[in-house]
Ligand binder design. Sequence first.
Ligand code: ZN
Length: 231
Amino acid sequence: MFDILNSLRIIDEKIRELKRKKKNTPENLVSLKKSLMEKERKFNEKKNNVEDHKSKEDKIKDSITDQKDKLKKAETKLTEVKNAKQYQAGLKEVSQLKKSVSDMEKQELGLMTQGEELTKAFSDTENEYREFCKTYEAGLIKVKDSYNLIERDLVDLADERESILNLLTDDVKQKYLKVHKNNSGHAISLLSNGRCGACNMMLPPQLCNQVLKADSVHICPSCQRIVIHIS
Ligand SMILES: [Zn+2]
């Protein structure tokens, strides 16, 4: 009987361990998903930076074209002036427009350099994000596989447990099931140096002797589990 109880103890331990793993599986997925979302957020942020910057560059390019048109017209007008006063005014306009074009071109150059840096930063983030998407997909498959494996093992262990349970006498079986239910699946503990292996409580010497004798099922007074001794 004690060999049967010990087999049950080992199976129950495996079941508890698998259930713990099963419980952790969704947590692993959540943390993986969190990392993915963080990479995605950075990716979108850098992408928006590049797009915003591009529209600034386009805007300045349009302004330069516009100013250059005005400059061309002012220069043409200068050839058609009729007196010195108009000529002076025309020269002033041309000079102002030239300065404005030159300032804008400097601005454009600065924006272009900045744009290259932003594009490079975006490209790095994009690569990182794409790489992580692959890692995420692979991780997802791995987690699902391990989950399915746990489920399958749990079914197998439940079957095994059921057939072992049927080897017990009705009386011991009922006792075991009751203790199992009251202790979240941890029904049997091993006697170890006079202590209960589950709660570590020192057992009274008389009880220890009875457990060692293995004449009947004994309960730990502290955690209420069945204590057995394996020689
Ligand atoms: Zn105990």
